[in-house]
Design a protein around this ligand. Structure first.
Ligand code: MTE
Length: 334
């Protein structure tokens, strides 16, 4: 798999980060014919650094994963540095500012874990913690994540197709939608203890997809990033990633996936339906009521004030999903 590595002459000192080492390591592995051999190269997650350049303690233990790197999920975009991905998060269960999740989640317990797939299925399935890594072909997929707040990242996720998981449960023909639910555990998640600390959300956090969206090959259940299992602030041990939709659809720390025949009520849509639609497809032509969605700030290795504004692409640059929406007015179904 080809990962673009900047020429050394283009690299400024502040850009020599763990993700640069990661990219180089992968180039070396590739040239040696060791695709998917990342378990040999175990390394801890990068230091998390907040916007003021201060260290955040990341004491949660992650493990190196073994995975393949299919060419179709390659991207030649520069990856967002690992330290930014793990320290600039939205995870309201751990607080509503971007630096809260890394600060408040390091003692989060992911083992034992239970993920149940039920509802309109022939064969409900329950997966334990080890099953998340053992029963699926793990792949690395480089996806853009475009947040509704108009920033974006390029992340080397590791995971498997949600379709592979849903198929295990044999969906009934009546099933039309899929509902996802995050863990509800106020003892561990301070944002769930009261409305003020958790962004006004009525927990548990709920998201939903139409069944065809859930079965689309791009839709990923992620269990890792940058070669290792997910840290809690990014949704350990398992989260959804739907790369053509705004980031709030990509629900974290999932404990239940339920198939249903009705469009579900979802967290952000219930909180402010005029701002957050059920579909939430990235669409530069439909603005958020309070700001434009025509462009975004790409989070790269520069500081907070680095100019890196880019045009937002329809469906976040994944045109292969357009056929699912051909008969829909995307201004109405935003
Ligand atoms: N999932 C849960 N359970 N709680 C949340 O607050 N925030 C969402 C999404 N998933 C959120 C969540 C939003 S708004 C975004 S942009 C992405 O997670 C951010 O993912 P990241 O922190 O891994 O970049």
């Amino acid at each position: 798999m080809l990962i673009r590595t900047p020429k050394s002459s283009q690299i400024k000192e502040h850009q020599v980060t763990d993700e640069h080492i990661y990219q180089n390591r992968r180039q070396i592995l590739k040239s040696m014919g060791f695709l998917g051999a990342s378990a040999l190269m175990a390394s801890p997650h990068a230091r998390a650094v907040n916007w003021f350049g201060e260290d955040e303690a990341t004491t949660f233990k992650t493990t190196a994963l073994t995975f393949s790197q299919p060419q179709i999920y390659h991207s030649d975009e520069i990856l967002t540095p690992e330290q930014k991905i793990i320290s600039h998060n939205n995870f309201y269960e751990f607080g509503s500012s971007k630096s809260d999740p890394v600060a408040n989640s390091q003692s989060f317990k992911v083992e034992p874990w239970s993920l149940r797939i039920d509802g309109l299925v022939e064969k409900p399935v329950t997966l334990g913690y080890d099953d998340l890594y053992k029963h699926f072909d793990l792949e690395e997929r480089i996806y853009r994540l475009r947040c509704v707040e108009a920033w974006s990242m390029v992340v080397p996720w590791i995971g498997f197709s949600l379709a592979d998981l849903i198929k295990k449960a044999n969906p009934l023909s009546k099933a039309k939608y899929v509902v996802f639910e995050t863990l509800y555990d106020p003892d561990q998640m301070p944002g769930q203890r009261n409305r003020f600390s958790g962004g006004g959300i009525d927990y548990p956090y709920i998201e939903g997809l139409r069944l065809d969206e859930a079965m689309h090959p791009l839709t990923l259940m992620s269990v890792g990033l940058y070669g290792k299992t997910l840290p809690p602030q990014n949704g350990a041990p398992i989260r959804l990633v739907v790369p053509w939709k705004y980031g709030f659809k990509s629900i974290k720390s999932v404990v239940r996936i339920r198939l249903t025949d009705k469009m579900p009520a979802t967290t952000w849509n219930q909180l402010a339906a005029n701002e957050y639609g059920f579909y939430a497809n990235v669409n530069p032509k439909v603005d958020h009521p309070r700001w434009t969605q025509a462009s975004e700030r790409r989070i790269t290795s520069g500081g907070l004030f680095t100019r890196n504004r880019i045009d937002t692409q329809m469906f976040n640059g994944y045109p292969e999903v357009a056929s699912m929406y051909t008969d829909m007015d995307l201004r109405k179904y935003y």
